[in-house]
Design a protein around this ligand. Structure first.
Ligand code: HEM
Length: 105
């Protein structure tokens, strides 16, 4: 992949969360801010969230279930737009529109 795409924080490159370094063979993305700070949803340092491990397990389970039980489709003629805006936190400028249907068993 072109490294310039990788460096653009707005580009849809979920693989960036597999590694801190595209050449290191899949080391896990550091969300603890112990090396460099790229993303620290649980804070960093001495007061880092002690529930980090529990929260990550739950989030993976939650997202896996959303993908397993529902079919997700974008709304016709509305592209996914990753542009952001600053409110209390950073949010999507144009919220994601999706059709969500239960998968038939
Ligand atoms: C997605 C879920 C969660 C997020 C995003 C989150 C995020 C955070 C953040 C940003 C802090 C502040 C860290 C700092 O001051 O540097 C924090 C603190 C804390 N979190 Fe979480 N947390 C989550 C889940 C949990 C869970 C599941 C528990 C407990 C079971 C927990 C317990 C705590 C406690 C006790 C603190 C205070 C730590 C201190 O001040 O020393 N959190 N969390």
């Amino acid at each position: 992949m072109d490294p310039k795409v990788w460096e653009n924080p707005m580009a849809f490159v979920p693989d960036r969360f597999l590694s801190n370094d595209i050449n290191d063979g899949g080391k896990v993305f550091d969300i603890t801010g112990s090396g460099e700070i790229k993303m620290m949803p649980f804070g960093a340092g001495r007061r880092i969230c002690p529930g980090l491990g529990l929260a990550m397990l739950n989030l993976e389970y939650f997202v896996a279930n959303l993908a397993w039980f529902f079919e997700w489709k974008i709304v016709d003629r509305v592209d996914v737009d990753l542009e952001e805006k600053h409110e209390f936190t950073v949010v999507m400028k144009n919220p994601l529109l999706a059709h969500v249907c239960p998968r038939l068993r």
